[in-house]
Write a protein that binds this ligand. Structure first.
Ligand code: AMP
Ligand code: ZN
Length: 114
């Protein structure tokens, strides 16, 4: 999608600190990290939000979640714990409308979130 920030990162139109890539998934460091590890795991195919997923996307969503867990494991934060978050629309504070799974870890995280 032409005007999508994350599609531009996927297409190398703007730079990002990429930590993982395969045919369907890209992961890169968040530009404004909220924890020592703060990575965004995104599908290469543009999907605006969780509200736009269909049954055909079930495998893709599974790949995003499993990739986040694999990266957490590589970073050594699996046993200590980490958080994965999809923000959806205004009340959750979604600002980029290309789905992205936040992977946060490396410090103790508060619950409930703000
Ligand atoms: P959300 O509020 O869930 O939509 O999250 C969007 C995330 O994208 C925020 O954590 C931003 O810091 C992050 N972000 C925005 N622009 C960039 C960028 N150019 N590269 C990496 N992360 C970005
Ligand atoms: Zn996009």
């Amino acid at each position: 999608m032409v005007d999508c920030l994350f599609c531009k990162i996927i297409n190398r139109g703007i730079p990002a600190s990429i930590v993982y890539e395969d045919e369907r998934v890209l992961a890169f460091n968040d530009i404004n990290p909220q924890a020592p590890t703060h990575i965004l795991v995104v599908p290469k195919r543009h999907v605006a939000s969780l509200n736009d997923l269909s049954v055909e996307d079930d495998q893709l969503v599974g790949e995003l979640v499993r990739r986040a867990a694999a990266i957490a494991n590589e970073r050594g934060i699996s046993a200590g714990g980490f958080r994965t978050v999809f923000n959806t629309n205004r009340d959750a504070g979604q600002t980029v409308f290309h789905i992205h799974l936040h992977l946060l870890g490396g410090r103790s995280l508060q619950w409930p979130p703000g």
